[in-house]
Design a protein around this ligand. Structure first.
Ligand code: CP
Ligand code: NVA
Length: 309
């Protein structure tokens, strides 16, 4: 049996495969904007499995797959046997006999890995507690669209050392840029999770106690919710711990003059970001959200058909 191309974390693809995907996403986006049909996945079916809530991930995969000529089956924990303790291995064996591709949003990364191990078809990570690779794929594509290559650039991460932070760090090592990270004490990145080797080269990762210092001279400032899905019980305590980790106009002012602001969304204005920043001129959050669809179309096409250009 040939190996199946899963996309479970950012490191599952190489720098040269990312270069291809960014070019391809740009071609696919142009066709979409021109109302030009692009249906390489005619008659293919994508299963979307959500164990956590979603707006962007669902709409971008669902609309994207229809545009590629395929169709979609949507499952959640509450309306499938996944919520009634059917083993993930059995679910994988069954679902992957009927569809061509599976996207899963779930809790532990080990759960998606177990699903992939028993799947006959490629599995895409639509967010786990540890990683959110499709989002970083969209974010880097958005950076490239606005500012050109990300290699050698500096990204400031302000906030929780969460799935998004981990994935930014994987991308920094792979695509050769730097992430300045500032988190409240006790909410730092776990390098064993985030790094390819277990220890990230300081060329790609530097930590700062003060978020203002992390933003200094950055080409991109980015943040995320203080409380990720699955951690809601910690909400009140996190609100106190994270109070100084709100991206403000002052933080943007110490970054490069042409620095961009990104947020994977959903956002909480007045918590992790001030309204004047997310709604301000440096913010590219709406492009970032739209680009989820374009990059994921390129990704689905690549996982099923390989390089087409
Ligand atoms: N950014 C993102 O993944 O959004 P959803 O939770 O709405 O899918
Ligand atoms: N870190 C957030 C991202 C949401 C898209 C979460 O996991 O809830």
């Amino acid at each position: 049996m040939t190996a199946i191309n899963h996309y479970l974390q950012f490191t599952d693809l190489s720098a040269s495969q990312y270069a291809y995907l960014f070019d391809r996403a740009s071609v696919i986006k142009k066709k979409f904007k021109a109302y030009e049909k692009h249906q390489p996945l005619l008659d293919r079916t994508l299963a979307l499995i959500f164990e956590k809530a979603s707006t962007r991930t669902r709409v971008s995969f669902e609309a994207g797959m229809y545009q590629l000529g395929g169709s979609v089956v949507h499952l959640t924990t509450s309306d499938s046997q996944l919520g009634r303790a059917e083993p993930i291995e059995d679910s994988a064996r069954v679902i992957s006999r009927m569809v061509d591709l599976v996207m899963i949003r779930t809790y532990e990364q080990t759960k998606i890995e177990r699903f992939a191990q028993y799947s006959r078809v490629p599995v895409i990570n639509g967010l786990t507690n540890e990683f959110h690779p499709c989002q970083i794929l969209a974010d880097i594509f958005t950076f490239i669209e606005h500012r050109g290559a990300i290699q050698g650039k500096t990204v400031a991460w302000v906030g929780d050392g969460n799935n998004m932070a981990n994935t930014w760090l994987q991308a920094a090592e792979l695509l050769d840029f730097k992430v300045n990270v500032s988190t409240p004490s006790g909410y730092g990145v776990d390098e064993k999770v985030a790094s390819i080797t277990g220890k990230i080269n300081p060329k790609h990762y530097q930590t700062y106690t003060n978020p203002m210092d992390a933003c200094r001279d950055a080409d991109l400032v980015t943040t995320d919710v203080w409380t990720s899905m699955g951690y809601e019980a910690e909400n009140e305590i996190r609100k106190q711990a994270f109070a100084a980790w709100r991206v403000s106009a002052d933080m943007m002012a110490v970054a490069q003059a042409n620095a961009l602001f990104m947020h994977c969304l959903p956002a909480h204005r007045g918590e992790e970001v001030d309204a004047e920043v997310i709604d301000g001129e440096q913010s590219v959050v709406w492009d970032e959200a739209e680009n989820r669809m374009h990059v994921q179309k390129a990704l689905m096409e690549f996982l099923l058909l390989g390089r087409l250009s």
